[in-house]
Design a protein around this ligand. Structure first.
Ligand code: ADP
Ligand code: MG
Length: 479
């Protein structure tokens, strides 16, 4: 008997990212999301006759930043192309895109799945305009052109991904990167980052790829994983049945947890691509490229590795701190000011993240700023307050917006380390607990801890335990 065939999944993603420019890619109206329908429109994005598109340089800057961050080769002279299709949300009857001359090619996105390093090579990144949006209400369909002409980059991966988890991991890392670069807000629900997943199976060990299907309409990480996993299982069932996978576009239905065939696969020639005659070739000269390179921030992976090396952070903590650029900036500002990165990391990953979550504030507008946090850590280090009191101080800093020193002074929370001031509390603890005194004096010296606890309670945790220890010993050891 021959063993059953083992199938391997092959996945390639096509990701669209809306660029964070203020105006549209070929005209001046706003790209703002959520405005009343058809209020951000102009003759160019409405496809009115007799108007000409003008390329928005800021969109090119965004694409260049992503190209450089993913190690792509930048094409120095590119032409736009018309991609023809009919849809009510595409008033010109064609989309201005890039076809044979994408702005960038041959990069890669490195990501991790279950602690394993993976690489998804990029085939190309190209610039294009978004379409409008059809809105269906009962039997009426309306079109909102606010989104028409919003700049996009399309990022096309090689078919390098091998599982649903890898597809989700690639997408997550890409989202982190576009947000880090400040070129896209990465909001999947609002559609500013969307992906189509191409999926095929082949018998493990075979070099040729199998027939693929394309899944559309994926707008969350969960859906990336679910939709791809579902499609892998569906194709495997088809193949085991002895049937063939049909090349088609399928629509993911998240509510039902399944996909349905939407249309048969279109071919490039169906779009009748031709060079866009209304736009001159885009030339990216040395100076432009150098400026883009100069504006590139250090990348999340590099910063994460640096946090491990410079501050001695565990890799997992460093990864959390570099998930967002603003948070990593916050951490680094506080760590530099205080000096001990591990202490600061502990605070940021705990109290600070909790406070951000609770207040809904961004790291750039945190209720306790990085320098204030460093001030608080300083007070713990120099013994002014205990770690426990520090949490109380932090909570007051959040609500009052005041610095650590001011809160400690105002609430009288400084550590009590003057022996004269602690003597009375220690004497009271001894006088009030004759049974424990007898135990101690009978040789059970462990009960010292009990007395220390009593004094700490009486001083609301502010007493310096070392000083309290000394005084108690003196009182208890006295004959
Ligand atoms: P098409 O011409 O059918 O649109 P492309 O070659 O342009 O296909 O590739 C589109 C996307 O599909 C890319 O992300 C690519 O990696 C992916 N892809 C191509 N072939 C396969 C395959 N056999 N299985 C899975 N993904 C594939
Ligand atoms: Mg294609």
């Amino acid at each position: 008997m021959t063993p059953p065939v083992v199938y391997e999944a092959v996945i390639g993603l096509e990701v669209h990212a809306q660029l964070l420019t203020r105006s549209k890619i070929f005209s001046g109206s706003s790209t703002e999301f959520g405005a009343p329908p058809n209020t951000h429109v102009d003759p160019v994005c409405l496809g009115l006759p007799g108007v000409l598109p003008v390329l928005n340089r800021a969109a090119v800057d965004c694409a260049l930043r992503l190209a450089l961050a993913t190690g792509c080769t930048v094409r120095r002279r590119t032409r736009f192309a018309r991609k023809h299709y009919f849809y009510p949300d595409l008033p010109k009857g064609y989309q201005i895109s890039q076809y044979e001359e994408p702005i960038a090619e041959h990069g890669a996105v490195d990501f991790e799945v279950g602690g394993q390093a993976r690489r998804g090579r990029l085939r190309r990144i190209h610039l294009e305009e978004d379409a409008g949006k059809n809105v269906h209400r009962g039997t009426t369909s309306l079109v909102d052109f606010n989104r028409a002409g919003v700049p996009l980059v399309e990022i096309v991966s090689e078919p390098d991904l091998r599982s649903a988890d890898e597809a989700a991991g690639f997408m997550r890392t890409l989202r982190q990167l576009v947000r880090w670069l400040g070129i896209c807000d990465g909001n999947l629900e609002e559609g500013s980052l969307r992906c189509d997943a191409n999926v095929s199976l082949r018998p493990r060990g075979r070099a040729e790829y199998g027939v693929k299907t394309e899944l559309k309409n994926i707008n969350s990480f969960k859906f990336v994983r679910d939709a791809v996993a579902h499609e892998i299982a569906r194709q495997e069932a088809v193949l085991r049945d002895g049937a063939a996978v049909v090349a088609e576009t399928r629509l993911w239905d998240a509510d039902r947890g399944r996909s349905a065939a939407m249309r048969s696969k279109e071919e490039a020639h169906d779009y009748r691509y031709f060079p866009e005659p209304d736009l001159p070739p885009l030339v990216i000269d040395e100076a432009w490229l150098a400026a883009a390179q100069g504006q590139l921030p250090d990348l999340p992976s590099a910063r994460c590795a640096r946090f491990v090396a410079d501050y001695g952070l565990p890799p997992g903590d460093a990864a959390t701190l570099t998930a967002e650029r603003d948070l990593s900036d916050y951490f680094e500002a506080a760590a530099c000011a205080h000096g001990d990165g591990r202490t600061v990391a502990h605070w940021v990953l705990g109290e600070v993240l909790r406070a951000l979550k609770r207040t809904g504030a961004a790291a750039t507008a945190a209720p306790v700023g990085p320098l204030q946090l460093a001030g608080l850590c300083d007070l713990v280090r120099d013994g002014t307050i205990s770690g426990k009191i520090a949490k109380e101080v932090f909570a007051h800093m959040v609500t009052t917006g005041r610095g650590a020193g001011a809160v400690v002074a105002e609430l009288g929370l400084a550590r009590l380390s003057d022996p004269a001031a602690l003597e009375a509390a220690c004497r009271a603890a001894v006088a009030g607990n004759p049974r424990q005194v007898a135990q101690y004096r009978a040789g059970k010296t462990k009960v010292l801890g009990f007395f220390v606890g009593e004094v700490m309670k009486a001083t609301r945790g502010q007493a310096d335990p070392a000083v309290v220890n000394d005084i108690l010993r003196r009182l208890l050891d006295a004959p």
